[in-house]
Design a protein around this ligand. Structure first.
Ligand code: TXA
Ligand code: MG
Length: 305
């Protein structure tokens, strides 16, 4: 159910959950002031309790009182990338509510750039906002995707289609360096230009983002990333390529435009289920660098179940 800006604000101020648009994906929002509302977000999404939430703020000043230390590079990163699709996981003190970050010593923050959500944040204060999809499903990049997962009566502030289409890049300050918790819509090259080094994904033992250990972005449709496409019903590929006949073609867009591929990525995965397609071949022959690394990671996760 589409609601107005004023309705969204009033629902959030009275401890309710609503879906809000951001430049990356739609978020399921609750005010961090209300433990009950934050818990409701976990319940609605069927999200594992040990997977902490990102707190969205409207200014850098809102972050400072919660910090237990100021990691080197924080100032530069926020200067260049906020508002925008960069989430920073930083050490917090005990004035920051524990139920938001699942008891970890660090918590995640970002300033989203969508003007409607910025207005909500100015009026309501900090909001948690995980992606507005059922846990494990493709994220929502349009109001109709939110309705698919949470019913037609769920309150949604419609901000149109999301400009980026994939989630924020998550960086964690860990053992004196910034590391990558999740690839996202800012490429690691762009971040390296600011930090002076390419932040790495920590190999081995534990995932840096608890969310990374769960199934993600997956349609019901089976995705096949290699081998013979002809046993599949559909093919998700690029406009400039020719594929075997007899398969329904769904377009990623152009090989020359990874931004556009991101914008339609989750919509494409969702449309497989909407059209009742049971198996789809995905053309993974695309570059490995920049935003393509994010696209590859999302598709590999979506295909593994
Ligand atoms: O673009 C986005 O970031 C969207 C929009 C709505 O802002 N939000 C989003 O939230 O993607 P969510 O909850 O779907 O993903 C948050 C990721 C998860 O992988 C979670 O594990 C990680 O951030 N995260 C959150 N807090 C963390 C913490 N304290 N330590 C490590 N990872 C954390
Ligand atoms: Mg998510």
């Amino acid at each position: 159910m589409l609601i107005s800006l004023e309705e969204a604000i009033s629902l959030l101020q009275t401890a309710h959950v609503v879906a809000l648009p951001t430049e990356t994906v739609y978020g399921l929002a609750a005010s961090i002031r209300f433990k009950k509302a934050v818990e409701e977000v976990y319940t609605l999404k069927k999200r594992p309790k040990d997977n902490p939430l990102i707190t969205h703020i409207c200014s850098k000043e809102e972050l400072s009182p919660f910090l237990s230390e100021i990691p080197p590079g924080l100032e530069k990163l926020t200067e260049v990338f906020w508002p925008g699709p960069l989430t920073l996981v930083v050490p917090v003190n005990d004035t920051f509510p524990e139920y938001v970050h699942a008891g970890y010593t660090r918590a995640a923050f970002r300033i989203p750039s969508h003007p409607l959500t910025q207005e909500v944040l100015r009026r309501v204060g900090p909001l948690v906002m995980p992606s507005a999809n059922l846990s494990g499903r493709p994220s929502a990049t349009a109001a109709k995707h939110v309705e698919e997962d949470f019913s037609a009566s769920f309150p949604i502030l419609d901000g149109g289609s999301c400009e980026k289409g994939v989630e924020s890049t998550v960086l964690l300050f860990d053992e004196d360096v910034w590391r990558v918790g999740r690839l996202g819509s800012i490429s690691l090259n762009e971040i390296a230009e600011v930090l002076g080094y390419i932040p790495t994904l920590k190999e081995g033992d534990r995932p840096l983002c608890p969310g990374q250990k769960y199934r993600h972005y997956a349609p019901v449709c089976r995705l096949q990333l290699q081998g013979d496409p002809t046993s599949c019903e559909a093919i998700l590929g690029f406009d400039e390529r020719t594929y075997p006949e007899g398969l329904l073609f769904l377009s990623f867009g152009s090989l020359s435009d990874p931004e556009q591929v991101c914008q339609h990525l989750y919509g494409n995965l969702r449309s497989l289920d909407q059209n009742g397609i049971v198996s789809c071949f995905v053309d993974m022959e695309f570059p490995k660098d920049g935003l393509w690394a994010t696209i590859r990671e999302r598709l590999e996760k979506a295909a593994s179940s």
